[in-house]
Design a protein around this ligand. Sequence first.
Ligand code: NAP
Length: 438
Amino acid sequence: MRHIAIIGSGPAGYYSAEAAQKQWGDDVRIDMFDMLPVPYGLIRFGVAPDHQSIKGVTRRYEKVALSENVRFVGNVAVGRDVSIGELRQLYDAVILATGAPHDRKLGIPGEELGNIFGSAEFVGWYNGYPPSANLDPDLSGRHAVVIGMGNVALDVARILAKTEAEFEGSDIVSHALEALKAAKFQTITILGRRGPHQIMMTPKELGELANLERASPRVDRDDLPDEGEDLLLEPGLRKSVTHLRSFAAIPESVHADKPIEIHFDMFASPKSFSGDGKVQHIEVERTEVAQGRAVGTGDTYRIPADLVVSCIGYRSSPVPDVPFDDRAGRFANDEGRILPGIYCVGWARRGPSGTIGTNRPDGYSVVEKISEDIASGALGRIGKRGREGFDELAQARNLDVVTFQDWKKIEEAEEAAARAGSPREKFVDIEAMIRAAN
Ligand code: NAP
């Protein structure tokens, strides 16, 4: 019997579990740990609340979770309740599938001012991620600025722009919905340091901006390269650029009908923030793109900003005694191998890129590495104590472990508490989750 511990129950964790089941069938036992009492990581806390169809993938994860040889071990934090060394002694292989929950910093003056947030904490706030639930952003200003031209920047801009009615069917948490209902934004600026041909936004998501009830996207025609140059782009990016072209062609009369302008400010790199305690302005430098890189022109200007959400990427959380590549913000690894018996997968391995589906081949690949290492003898003798050993440790430490069956009770309570038209009202407090489980 092989015993595997997976740390993290988001997409990378579940695809790894699925791959291990396929690889070893009844000859494997998998314990999937999560620091929270609830599973699914990025699906629950990262995917936008108004993109419910993407969240449907949890049905596939649930099938894995409910099989005999997989077990959810919630409310147990590695590094707090159990060390990586202890897990390594109990399990034949430990896979870190911990994602990238922290914000990358811009590293520019004024970043510590009030009402400037990273996307991890801001998205966490409207998605009910317990550590960010009390963020309490001030949405009373007129000008919001979203930094970055990736899909997360799009999510944040869209959420800021939506009306209450447009959240129907979403599972945005009530505290965020209430705050957004009272928001007074007139402009939402998406600030990109490069140009239309370098956006990281996918066409379906970008296209959604054209269909918002009270907001319309505005692109400056002068920012667009000659149309013929689009032919050199890969098809997905070409479609996204076509959306930008159609935004640039929206007539003023249509803009005039919508009270919120979503303005793409491209070739614009943030240099500093200023304000009196709270952010009020961003100093921006015009850029040119040379050999794919943004190069400052020395030309600067100031834009008003009452709220800033910086969507420029994420970093993983280091784990004591596990080598970490601080510059890249993820575990130091060679194709998923960190140390003998310790592996990583998903964003913890490769950084925050790709879609949810990208984690599937990642999960299968890490299991293949483990299989090779077992076969070569690199992991020593196989057949450690696994879950039996962990249960003894949990009992000795009085850990309040949340099982998958407990999670189902939490889920039921969340569904029962849902607003009309919403699939669930998430608990945002760990104690409340545990009370529901009991
Ligand atoms: P991303 O796609 O890597 O985009 C990050 C953006 O931040 C880029 O435009 C980048 O510009 C910019 N940036 C980085 N450093 C900067 C700096 N110092 N100053 C100004 N701009 C800076 O990352 P993401 O949006 O966080 O998304 C993470 C992953 O999740 C992506 O793979 C994304 O597709 C995925 N995702 C998918 C969906 C969906 O499918 N619906 C939704 C959300 C997220 P440069 O290009 O110039 O570096």
